[in-house]
Structure formats: C-alpha cells, structure tokens
Design a protein around this ligand. Structure first.
Ligand SMILES: [Zn+2]
Length: 166
C-alpha cells in the first residue's frame, strides 16, 4: 500500500460534510473536493494517471471489492467517500438503488397505480421486485429499498402474494 498515495487521497476530502437527512445516525459525509465524474462521483488520479472513482478507492482501503461488484452510497451523496456510508452490491443492487432514487424524484405520483391506499407497493413495483430478484438482487436489500418487511418480498418473489400481477 502506497502511503503517499493514500495521504494525497485524504488531502482532497472534507470530513465535515452534511449529515444525510434520511440517515442522520451515519454521521457526516466525507465530501470529495477535487474533480468529479459526470455522474457526480469523485475522480481520483492514481499512479500513471489512471483514474478511479474516489468512493471505490476509499472503500478499497477498508474492504476487498470482489470483481463485478459495485460500491453504493447509503447517504445518496455521490461525492461522499466515507466508508461507513458505502456498501457493496451487485449490478442488480446498483440498478435498484437508481430506481429508488428516481422514485424519490418522482415523489408521490409514483404511487398512483395502486388501488389500495394502504398498499405501499404498486403493480409496477411488484414486477420490478420480481425482475430485480431474478437477476440477483438480495431480498433483504429489496425490502430496505421498498421500505417493506422481508416476508413481503419473499412472498412476492415466490408468487404467493400479488398473484394477479404477472
Ligand atoms: Zn455520505
């Protein structure tokens, strides 16, 4: 491990960033101050001018990142490199994370398809849950992302619940 490289990395980070509103227990974001990628991720130039996403570099300092694994943000702040705010996920988990963020932007209108006002999920949610599960999304993560209990997700993917949705 190259200590100089690591010191250079942390010199570009402000550890007194905003605290995520939806998860205040995580504490402050560590905000990347240098260049950013189009998607908002921090961009860190390592040796030989190779650039890596700053949050991946940060995560790699504390945990081995297996191949084909994404580093995702619990805090929804793409510039954040706080390892406590990051978690590893599959490509499907990453897609799911994007779906959830899109949902936040669309707000309540996204729920219009549901007939039952008590129901937290819509028919399209159910189809998306089954699709994401079929390509490897973890049930526990689906439950977290859709803010429902895990037993509901397992019922949906086993087709014991929401049987009227194909
Ligand atoms: Zn953060």
């Amino acid at each position: 491990v190259d200590e100089k490289l690591i010191a250079r990395f942390w010199s570009k980070v402000n550890k007194s960033g905003p605290v995520p509103v939806h998860l205040p227990e995580l504490g402050p974001c560590w905000v990347w101050l240098a260049g950013k990628q189009d998607c908002g991720y921090g961009k860190f130039s390592g040796p030989k001018r190779a650039t890596v996403a700053a949050h991946r570099f940060s995560m790699a300092l504390v945990e081995v990142i297996p191949p084909n694994t994404c580093v995702l943000h619990r805090c929804d702040n793409p510039a954040c490199v706080n390892p406590a705010h990051l978690f590893l996920g599959s490509q499907a988990d990453n897609m799911l994370d994007k779906v959830r963020k899109g949902r936040h932007r669309f707000g309540r209108n996204d729920y219009r398809g549901s007939r039952n006002p008590q129901s937290k999920l819509t028919e399209s949610d159910v189809r998306e849950i089954r699709r994401l599960h079929s390509i490897g999304a973890k049930q526990s993560l689906l439950a977290t992302r859709y803010r429902v209990v895990a037993s509901l997700i397992s019922g949906i993917v086993a087709r014991k619940l929401w049987q009227h949705v194909d």
